[in-house]
Design a protein around this ligand. Structure first.
Ligand SMILES: NC(=O)c1ccc[n+]([C@@H]2O[C@H](COP(=O)([O-])OP(=O)(O)OC[C@H]3O[C@@H](n4cnc5c(N)ncnc54)[C@H](OP(=O)(O)O)[C@@H]3O)[C@@H](O)[C@H]2O)c1
Length: 332
């Protein structure tokens, strides 16, 4: 069966560039959404331990295999190691736990979710956001682990059995973080999953990943955020391009996102949007440039855990001005 439009990973595997996301797809909704996506033809689906919905997603996968005749090998399934699973001795067990939650034998791609280690404080499954005993923040602060570096965790990722994690990569890593992993291990991550949308173009990181052969997957392509900003499907320029192309704003953003061979993983729990987002359009060079102008004029990163997450993560990950007072840094 065809995987649709694909890009190549540095392992030689093909990754479908139009995928499907599952963050904030609530229990009670996510099984139907993933089933609908598989029925619509999506092949690349993005999961994570921390989304708390993998067990329910397992039902959708099981039903799709038995009812829709979809085969495991026709899909490209991705999940992520959580921040409180970063100790090297926990990494293999974390993958097994993830596979057990999803009812799968292997993942096509397993990512380090963030370049940040939390103090696990006991059973990870009971405590995905372990708190500091004392914090002056109203939502509390997560307890960080400063004796585990991203290199320690990456080394363990590279040793995972290939039959369980066909490719390994990272997410939310900057150019400096990626370079540190490569320098220390000689193993280049297969992918970096990053926030990217018309207001966050990240040209330097995109160029670096292209030079190193690191596939880029774009998350929050519609500008989803936890700080209450309107989605980019409501942006006037995007709406005007959509109208001129007899397409929808979401289709414009998804076409823009895949230029350069990147993959994109729009999330929806709404059947009509799941179908709409899977209908691909071609974007002219002029329209592509109009979309890029949005980010050139008013760049904005939305997902910054130091300011947006509850509890707060007291760590400077991206080097954004909003993170400058964070007491912890990424340990390389
Ligand atoms: N690695 C990371 O740290 C990270 C971080 C964030 C996200 N991700 C991954 O990337 C995926 C996508 O990112 P995201 O969930 O942040 O946001 P997103 O895909 O940018 O946006 C999702 C939002 O857009 C709405 N939407 C979907 N299709 C639409 C359409 N055609 N028209 C109008 N609105 C539409 C959805 O509403 P409904 O659902 O109500 O339809 C939802 O509110 C996630 O689900 C997750 O898998 C990864």
């Amino acid at each position: 069966m065809s995987l649709g439009k694909t890009a190549k990973l540095n392992t030689g595997a093909s990754i479908p560039t139009l995928g499907f996301g599952t963050w904030q797809a609530e229990p009670g909704q996510v099984e139907a959404a993933v089933y609908e996506a598989l029925k619509a033809g999506y092949k690349h689906i993005d999961f994570a331990k921390v989304y708390g919905n993998q067990k329910e997603i397992a039902n959708a996968l099981k039903r799709a295999f038995s009812e829709l005749g979809i085969k495991r090998e026709d899909l490209f399934l991705v999940s992520k190691l959580w921040n409180s699973q970063h100790r090297p001795e926990h990494v293999a067990a974390a993958l097994d736990d993830c596979l057990a939650e999803l009812g799968l034998d292997y993942l096509d791609l397993y990512l380090v979710h963030f370049p940040v280690a939390f103090d696990e404080r006991g059973d990870v499954n009971q405590n995905l956001f372990p708190l500091q005993d004392k914090s002056d923040h109203p939502d509390g602060d997560v307890k960080m682990l400063d004796d585990i570096s991203i290199v320690d965790t990456w080394k363990a990722m590279t040793k995972l059995p290939k039959e369980k994690a066909r490719a390994v990569g990272v997410s939310n890593h900057t150019k400096e973080h990626l370079q540190a992993l490569i320098d220390a291990t000689g193993v280049t991550p297969a992918a970096n999953q990053i926030e990217r949308h018309p207001r966050l173009l990240q040209p330097e990181l995109i160029k670096y990943c292209a030079e190193k052969g690191i596939h880029v997957t774009e998350y929050s392509a519609f500008g989803n955020n936890m700080i209450g900003e309107p989605l980019l499907v409501q942006h006037d320029t995007i709406k005007a391009i959509a109208e001129a192309n007899k397409a929808t704003p979401a289709q414009v953003i998804l076409a823009w996102a895949q230029v350069g061979g990147h993959s994109v993983i729009p999330k929806s729990v709404t059947a009509s949007r799941i179908q709409e987002n899977f209908k691909e359009i071609e974007l002219s060079k002029e329209d592509f440039e109009k979309v890029e102008e949005i980010g050139k004029k008013s760049p904005r990163r939305f997902n910054i855990p130091y300011i947006a997450n509850k509890p707060r993560w007291p760590v400077n990950i991206f080097g954004e001005p909003e993170e400058k007072d964070a007491p912890h840094k990424v340990i390389v």
